[in-house]
Design a protein around this ligand. Structure first.
Ligand code: BES
Ligand code: MN
Ligand code: MN
Length: 462
């Protein structure tokens, strides 16, 4: 495979402009009022895949948002790479914290991205990273170098739990047969420290509701005599961690995979500066489970976090009220061997059991998924390693990530195929946050590296 560099140089502006057009469509899967835009984005992805050289592209209907499926089969005896990505994005709020509107992409230079970065919701997660694959395909087809078969499966519900994709995968084993799944929806350590993501955490996401009195009450007339559901909820949540920041739910750690000393030592070799980490977040200290490093806490250890909490009066000024209800959204990040449905059950039982009789508690599970770890001694990893060596001039470091792409474990279960996670984002790209961006350098580097993966994977498969 020839270097894609000259082709990228020649087409750079078009590659950027096409992505910018895609980023202008607010494909927010969580908010039903954006339904038309989400569907429009699926159409745009379909066109892009057709233009890039897919032979057939379909919009596959599901109970939820459609899946864009495309393929180019050049020879049935050659290997097949299945590319997965998502065209939906996270809601952009809080809007007031964006320096420019989230769906009006702008290019700005930053310290980390002196060549410029595209600022927009979805720039990195995942439109920018997904689109690298479309442009990599364009490069390979237009220069007659596609070495194997390729399938694309781009979904529109990743940010809300991928339930329709699960539905689709279960019904389309035949259509989706492949030799490896390739995903760019994660990050790398730094621009000069390429890494391959070898693990994703699992997830259990729940919503809790605590009900006190049957209506909001005057906090003077009733205060002190009835349970305030916000006070109670705060207390219950606080009790979910002990003084060592370990989670107190009985059985929570029972199945947690413990890494050996050697594995932990290997992990600790990855370059990391705690000082820079703290500075970047403007925090005086880190915080987490006793006995583990920062990098361990956010990758190989399970967690429990409140993602949102509300109830009572939050308008202007003061209103004296004991609310009837209080709510919280809670996520638990899980590690290999923990089963998300079992953890959801353990959480529910425990949360109900710690509530005083003065309140009622309701736990509603949202979604979840299992953790995933890739071995590093299989062809897929080796091919990715060679690809990075070629384009970065450095051997990439295997790194387990703290994020979740729940569908990856399901791919393995349903399709019996392994996934290779070649992410080109940086932690500082602010995914899910205001001012999300994606470095132009990273975008183009991804387009350059992906064809090399196709080449080495095909070679190693022979
Ligand atoms: N692309 C992210 C996951 C990710 C980002 C993994 C960076 C590793 C590094 C994905 O879109 C995402 O946000 N996943 C959700 C889970 C989903 C069920 C909502 C997550 O991790 O919160
Ligand atoms: Mn993503
Ligand atoms: Mn995301």
């Amino acid at each position: 495979m020839k270097s894609a560099k000259p082709y990228i140089q020649e087409n750079k502006d078009r590659f950027l402009n096409e992505l910018i057009e895609l980023l202008k469509i607010p494909s927010i899967s969580a908010d039903p009022s954006y339904k038309e835009d989400v569907l429009k984005t699926a159409e745009a992805v379909k066109k892009a895949l057709e233009n890039a050289g897919c032979d057939t592209v379909e919009i596959c209907e599901t109970p939820g948002y459609p899946i864009v499926y495309g393929e180019k089969i050049i020879d049935k005896t050659l290997p097949t790479v299945l590319v997965y990505g998502h065209y939906d994005v996270q809601p952009p709020d809080p809007l007031e914290l964006w320096d420019s509107p989230p769906f009006e992409p702008v290019i700005k230079k930053t310290k980390t991205h002196p060549d410029g970065a595209i600022f927009a919701r979805g720039a990195c997660d995942d439109k920018g990273q997904m689109y690298m694959h479309v442009k990599a395909l364009e490069y390979m087809t237009s220069t007659n170098q596609l070495p194997c078969n390729v399938k694309f499966m781009i979904e529109g519900e990743e940010e809300v739990g991928s339930s329709s994709l699960g539905w689709f995968v279960k019904r389309n084993h035949e259509k989706l047969t492949n030799d490896i799944i390739l995903i760019s929806d994660t990050g790398m350590i730094a621009k000069d420290v390429p890494s391959i993501t070898t693990g994703l955490r699992g997830l259990s996401y729940v919503e809790v509701e605590v009900t006190g009195p049957n209506r909001d009450l005057h906090s003077g007339l009733y205060g002190g005599a009835v349970a305030n559901p916000i006070n109670i909820l705060a207390k219950m949540i606080a009790s979910l961690h002990d003084e060592n920041n370990r989670i107190t739910i009985p059985g929570f750690y029972d199945k947690v995979e413990e890494l050996t000393k050697a594995e932990r030592a290997k992990m600790a070799e990855a370059p990391f500066s705690l000082e820079n980490y703290k500075n970047a977040l403007d925090i005086a200290d880190v915080y987490g489970e006793k006995g583990y490093t920062t990098n361990e806490r956010n990758s190989i250890r399970p967690t429990l976090d409140v993602n949102g909490i509300w109830g009572g009066y939050i308008g202007e000024g003061a209103k004296t009220v004991i609310p009837s209800k209080a709510y919280a959204k809670i996520s638990m990040r899980l590690v290999p061997n923990q089963d998300w449905e079992e953890i959801t059950q353990l959480f529910t039982n425990h949360f109900e059991s710690i509530a005083p009789r003065a309140v009622k508690v309701k736990v509603t599970p949202h979604h979840g998924g299992q953790a995933y770890v890739t071995p590093i001694d299989f062809i897929g990893y080796k091919a990715a390693e060679k690809a990075y060596e070629k384009t970065f001039g450095k051997t990439p470091i295997p790194q387990r990530s703290g994020g979740s792409i729940p569908i990856v474990a399901l791919f393995e279960k349903e399709l019996k195929s392994k996934t290779i996670l070649m992410g080109f984002g940086l932690d500082s790209d602010a995914i899910h946050s205001p001012n999300e961006h994606y470095g132009i350098w990273n975008y183009l580097k991804g387009i350059e590296t992906i064809p090399q993966f196709f080449h080495f994977f095909t070679e190693l498969k022979k």
